[in-house]
Design a protein around this ligand. Structure first.
Ligand code: FVH
Length: 294
């Protein structure tokens, strides 16, 4: 356990409250502030200090954790603080885009305080356990190294790089993967439910073991993508997958289940095969996803 370090948590929604609880549990003096003050009550009972204002909270600790709904709320709370954040390191764990993170880092630099952006790769229930980790990025490498023992109270603290937008990009990319999986799971369950199959039994006995075993294929696709070689060491030819995928779409529809989650994937496969890349692996569809940066 790290020694007692003063930490402030601004924002006590589901996640902020879990973060503050983990700091308290690890023995850190924790000051909390939330727009709706009553959300601090349970934490105060556990030993947290309640700050009357966000400015008071910011001044209470060298390490200031911000976990609010979005960047609009972050700016609503932080912008009026003036000099209260001077000398502090702000770790903003609010979900946002890389662009928002970079803009906020620039804004903080102009005001003269350390700013590190973060992406929490955990749900509140597992904060403070070995299963939680948080990605951080920003120019304050020294601050991060100094604060790492404190930050580790909520989960493994992983520094991704000095670009403040990188943690967000990694976070959102991982969430893209997660939502792809969740969308696929809901589609699969809708299909079997159309014949009255029990969703929980299907998930535990078949879906989760299958998806878990197949996840290893991603490493192969990633290697192909890194090497720009979509036809080397292929797991399955796209032309074969395209035909099989059409059966999934048709079976869904005939079972009375919309194929709107599946249609974009079918369309990408069709285009890639029509472009002459049927003997490549699925990884080749990445070529169709590439667009100019906005
Ligand atoms: N909960 C989760 O599973 C995910 C896991 C990964 C990371 N996310 C992100 O964490 C941020 C906070 O999420 P949350 O679960 O704590 O969200 P809520 O419970 O909805 O709490 C929202 C807090 O934001 C405060 N707030 C909203 N708008 C304002 C504003 N204009 N001014 C000041 N504070 C504001 C809200 O305050 P109140 O409504 O209680 O007064 C809560 O403290 C989020 O970015 C997730 O994407 C969570």
């Amino acid at each position: 356990m790290a020694g007692n370090t003063a930490v402030t948590v601004i924002g006590l929604g589901e996640m902020g409250a879990a973060l503050a609880g983990a700091f308290l549990k690890a023995g850190h003096s924790t000051t909390v502030w939330n727009r709706t003050a009553s959300k601090a009550d349970a934490l105060v009972e556990q030993g947290a200090e309640r700050a009357a204002t966000a400015a008071e909270a910011a001044q209470a600790s060298p390490v200031v954790i911000v976990c609010l709904l979005d960047y609009d709320s972050v700016h609503e709370v932080l912008d009026p603080l003036g000099d209260a954040l001077k000398g502090r390191t702000v770790y903003n764990l609010t979900n946002g885009t890389p662009e928002q993170a970079r803009e906020t880092a620039k804004w903080a630099a102009d005001l003269g305080y350390d700013y590190i952006d973060g992406g929490i790769m955990a749900v509140p229930q597992i904060i403070g356990t070995d299963h939680a980790y948080v990605l951080y990025s920003g120019s304050g490498t020294e601050s991060f190294e100094r604060d790492k023992p404190v930050l580790s109270a909520v989960g493994d603290a992983r520094f991704a790089g000095t670009d403040p937008g990188l943690a967000s990009l990694l976070d959102l990319s991982l969430l893209a993967g997660m939502y792809g999986m969740l969308g696929g799971a809901v589609q699969a369950i809708a299909m079997v439910r159309s014949e009255g199959v029990n969703a929980q039994q299907f998930s535990t006995e078949l879906l989760i073991p299958y998806v878990t075993s197949i996840a290893g294929v991603v490493a192969n696709l990633a290697r192909q993508i890194d090497n720009d070689e979509y036809n080397v060491g292929i797991s399955a030819a796209l032309s074969m997958q395209q035909v099989g995928f059409r059966n999934i779409v048709e079976a869904s529809r005939s079972q009375g289940v919309s194929s709107e989650l599946l249609d974009p994937i079918q369309s990408l496969m069709d285009r890639r095969v029509a472009d002459g890349f049927g003997s490549d692996d699925f990884s080749g569809v990445i070529e169709l996803l590439k667009q100019n940066k906005k």
